[in-house]
Design a protein around this ligand. Structure first.
Ligand code: MN
Length: 262
């Protein structure tokens, strides 16, 4: 074989091998499968066998003036702000159930924050407040559970306080009540009792940013989409719970939601 022949054979072989490799890759991509299953997080929808698929969990911080003051800020100068929890921090609680909620690791000061939660069926960017409620699919009662000691410690060091807010089971909520059944919630009592003693007691109309304004503000920073849920902030008198405590959360016109710390 001459040198030219040898080169032609080698080149042709390489092309053939390359083509074979390409077609295998294309076939593999066409039938792409995940290497293992990751469950889609969902929330039951009240009165339905359908479920709400969760995309992102946004939370509003310091959205009631009296809570902003108890957390050391001046609500007349510092507006509310946002943070997120991981989607799989969701703990679903059925209506009428007292769900076991595990006391989390690392903390010695575990706090309750009762909040109205809005669930979105659509989104967008730069949504004007007057259009924002069109995005809402429904509402429910939620608990933004917080490892307060870790949050404060990280906050004091000017580090992200993720560890205080974004841990397993930290996003507790009841089934979603569709707007078609409960309307939009702009006022009404919100309360939380521990072992029968009321600790948090306020009204949704005391929110600094209404749900419509929360959606509008969030959409300036992020593209909101169907499946996003928003914890709308907690009123004053957040406080610690210990193992054995039973928490009862109430928002006017929505079913109660209850957990026991275990
Ligand atoms: Mn909160």
């Amino acid at each position: 074989m001459t040198q030219i022949d040898r080169r032609m054979v080698l080149t042709g072989g390489a092309v053939a091998l390359g083509a074979a490799a390409f077609s295998e890759t294309a076939a593999a991509e066409g039938a792409a499968k995940t290497v293992f299953d990751v469950a889609q997080v969902t929330i039951p929808i009240a009165g339905s066998n359908e479920v709400f698929p969760v995309r992102r969990i946004y939370c509003i911080g310091r959205n009631y003036a009296a809570h902003a003051i108890e957390r050391g800020s001046d609500p007349s100068r510092e507006p509310p702000f946002f943070f997120q929890k991981p989607t799989d921090a969701v703990q679903n609680v059925k209506v009428g159930e007292v769900a076991d909620h595990p006391y989390p690791s690392l903390t010695k000061n575990y706090h309750h924050e009762v909040e109205l939660v809005a669930a979105l069926k659509s989104g967008g960017t730069n949504i004007p407040p007057e259009k924002a409620l069109d995005c809402v699919y429904g509402y429910t009662v939620g608990l933004d559970m917080t490892r307060r000691d870790l949050q404060n410690e990280m906050s004091g060091m000017k580090k992200p306080w993720e560890i205080g807010k974004s841990f397993d089971h930290a996003a507790v909520l009841g089934p979603i009540q569709p707007v078609s059944k409960v309307g939009h919630l702009t006022k009404g009592k919100i309360s939380l009792a521990v072992n029968g003693t009321v600790r948090q007691n306020s009204d949704l109309d005391k929110m600094i940013w209404s749900v419509a304004e929360q959606i509008s503000k969030l959409s300036e920073a992020f593209e909101l989409k169907a499946g996003d849920i928003i914890y709308s902030g907690t009123p004053e008198n957040v406080g610690p719970v210990v193992k054995g405590d039973v928490l009862l959360c109430k928002i006017d016109t929505l079913p109660d939601m209850s957990i026991k710390i275990v």
